[in-house]
Ligand binder design. Structure first.
Ligand SMILES: [Zn+2]
Length: 328
């Protein structure tokens, strides 16, 4: 080993000597190439280290399980949540997700490899909060986007198809300003979406709203949020159908319960403070007046707690669903 290293060192020295002997003009290009190669290697290495830290751990929870198979660098690099959300009420008019889900959540379902080194200091990873707003578009969409812009951050919106008419401009603006427009069905009607037990109506609605958003933004979104959350109304077969249709589905790790605290921004703040503790948080909010009121405070609080804000990016997708289904 040592010998081979020495040999390789010798070889390198020889190579360097050879390089030095070359006339200056010829020698510049290889140096630039070498620098490019080295910086690429450094980038790849740092990506590997980042990924290996967060790869394939999953957190089984009584609400959302967050699986982060791969997150790219920069501000949106993130670690796995370390604990479970103790409660999460799905959406407005919602039902509580059932207590525990024992479906296996294994790394084998994750797309990337698992055999990378994992020795980077964890402290270097920033905490990341994904703000998500359901049940729009609405008369509050522009206000929410304006607040996000003031803070130089972006968020993820899950829109209802039947509400889009008249708000096409708001959706387009939100999208153009760097926010992600996700899907939240056409009707938000529990009976239509779930009562049959079949995924047919659900998928039909999501395909329709997907087309509507694509017409407005030019991009078809594939991230959906199930009205009332995925649990308990969406079982395994149902999820299989969602996977087959090509959608990804996010629940959340924090329910701000903003939908029920009309006129009570303090209560919303309390909810958020009580539930924030993971390295990656996906925060459920709605397009409501009290949410607009509380939003600057929420952003400030999370910033003070060391969170960076991220918007959903398909190429950096990770799973956040109550079933712990890493396919979604
Ligand atoms: Zn909703």
């Amino acid at each position: 080993m040592v010998i081979s290293m020495m040999m390789s060192n010798n070889n390198q020295m020889e190579t360097r000597k050879k390089i030095r002997k070359r006339p200056r003009k010829k020698f510049r290009q290889p140096i630039i190439l070498l620098a490019l190669v080295l910086s690429s290697v450094a980038l790849i290495m740092s990506a590997i280290v980042g990924i290996s830290q967060i790869n394939f751990k999953s957190v089984k929870t009584n609400s959302a399980s967050v699986v982060i198979p791969k997150l790219a660098g920069g501000n949106e690099k993130a670690q796995l949540p370390d604990q479970i959300p103790t409660e999460a009420e799905p959406d407005s008019e919602s039902t509580q997700p059932s207590k525990n889900n024992h479906e296996p959540q294994n790394s084998k379902d994750s797309p990337a490899g698992t055999n990378e080194p994992s020795n980077a200091p964890k402290a270097a990873q920033p905490k990341v909060a994904y703000l998500t707003f359901d049940d729009g578009p609405s008369k509050y969409t522009d206000d929410i986007v304006a607040i996000l812009n003031e803070h130089g951050i972006h968020a993820t919106f899950f829109v209802i198809g039947n509400q889009i008419k008249g708000y096409e401009g708001s959706i387009k603006a939100a999208s153009e300003q760097g926010n992600y427009i996700g899907l939240h069905s056409m009707t938000h009607n529990k009976k239509i979406l779930y009562n049959s037990g079949s995924s047919a109506n659900f998928l039909k609605e999501f395909k329709k709203v997907q087309g509507m958003v694509e017409d407005i933004t030019g991009t078809a979104p594939w991230l959906i949020r199930a009205p009332y959350g995925s649990k308990p109304q969406i079982g395994k077969e149902f999820r299989n159908d969602i996977v087959k249709a090509g959608f990804k589905m996010w629940d959340w790790t924090i329910d701000s319960k903003d939908w029920k605290y009309t006129g009570k921004p303090d209560k919303i703040m309390q909810e958020v403070k009580r539930q924030v503790h993971r390295d990656v948080e996906v925060i459920l909010m709605h397009e409501k007046e009290q949410t607009v009121e509380t939003l600057p405070q929420i952003i400030q609080y999370l910033t003070d707690k060391g969170y960076a804000f991220a918007v959903y990016k398909p190429e950096q997708h990770f799973s956040v669903n109550f079933a712990g289904d890493s396919r979604l």
